[in-house]
Design a protein around this ligand. Structure first.
Ligand SMILES: [Mn+2]
Length: 314
């Protein structure tokens, strides 16, 4: 299938690279990793990177592309295959539509090709291997983006999703001369204020009898400290990880832009994905999420997470 996608890349004069909305490092990394490599390889083609932006954009401004151009383009969508994760205008207009993803979901969008690799730690790893397989040179700029995507999704190679192939891929990217120290500082250095917020957050987490840790971040909390819902939801959940007594942790954050509560669920061994799916969400077995309308529903989620622990002990 790689070959077919490669020929689509070769025959299209314009290529639009998109990814899920509310991008994380892997979405950006795979997007710009592919973008920089293709730009170098095909200087005469029009190559665009599109989508919304946020504070994880360590790369460059996104492009605006006219519908008329999109309709003639190969559109490549990265790091998701679900409608609810996408802005419709990012993929609906295309000549051909291709997906690359490492999540367990199945596509609910029609496509021409879909490379689904749940063994890949990240879509960035998947794209790096795609480029290497086809002999497309990964430039230093591209390698930097792909490396950032990989460390984003593997927690700097600490999550279970890290495989020997992940490390092999990362080593190939290092050969391009990227500077790990510079990348780590760029992504992980934090301000004193930020550290203080984390402290406040951590000091107010709650625990169920089964030691499911959770925090409900309401609008009042976000406003009091002038915090972005996305930052609180995904950026602070790791404050509850790595605690011996806590096998499952969850973060519930009110997002006024969608008037919903974003639920992020994590665990070391328990299959929390079952719970996320019950509430219409998805993701990985140990790291997933869903959105609900009321705080009562978050209480039900907490009950379901508790039940997971009971089930396992039988
Ligand atoms: Mn990813």
């Amino acid at each position: 299938m790689e070959r077919e996608i490669y020929s689509l890349i070769q025959i299209h004069d314009s290529i639009v690279i998109a990814r899920h909305k509310n991008p994380d490092l892997d979405a950006y990394g795979s997007q710009f990793g592919l973008y920089y490599a293709l730009k170098e390889r095909y200087p005469d083609k029009n190559i665009y990177a599109i989508g919304d932006t946020n504070n994880l954009n360590y790369f460059q401004e996104l492009d605006e592309v006219d519908i008329s151009i999109k309709k003639k383009s190969l559109v490549i969508v990265l790091d998701t295959v679900s409608k609810q994760m996408l802005n419709e205008e990012d993929y609906i207009h295309h000549d051909k539509l291709v997906f690359f993803d490492h999540h367990r979901n199945f596509a609910d969008v029609e496509y021409d090709y879909y490379i689904r690799d749940i063994e890949s730690s990240s879509t960035s790893e998947l794209i790096a291997n795609f480029l290497m397989k086809l002999g497309v040179d990964i430039t230093k700029e591209s390698a930097r983006a792909l490396y950032m995507g990989i460390i984003g999704d593997t927690g700097r190679f600490m999550f279970n999703s890290t495989t020997s192939k992940t490390l092999f891929t990362a080593s190939k990217l290092l050969e391009k001369g990227i500077n790990i120290q510079e990348i780590n500082d760029l992504i992980y250095l934090e301000s004193l204020d930020n550290k203080k917020i984390k402290n406040i957050f951590f000091n107010t987490i709650e625990l169920t009898k089964k030691n499911v840790a959770y925090r409900k971040n309401n609008q009042e909390f976000l406003e009091k400290y002038d915090l972005d819902a996305n930052y609180v939801s995904r950026g602070l959940i790791s404050q509850m990880s790595g605690i011996k007594e806590v096998p499952i942790w969850a973060n519930f954050t009110y997002d006024k832009s969608v008037k919903q509560i974003i639920c992020e669920l994590r665990s070391r061994i328990y299959p929390v994905l079952k719970v996320a799916q019950k509430y219409g969400g998805g993701g990985h077995i140990n790291a997933c999420g869903c959105s609900v309308d009321t705080w009562e529903e978050t209480d039900n989620i907490i009950k379901d997470l508790n039940k997971l622990i009971k089930e396992k002990r039988k």
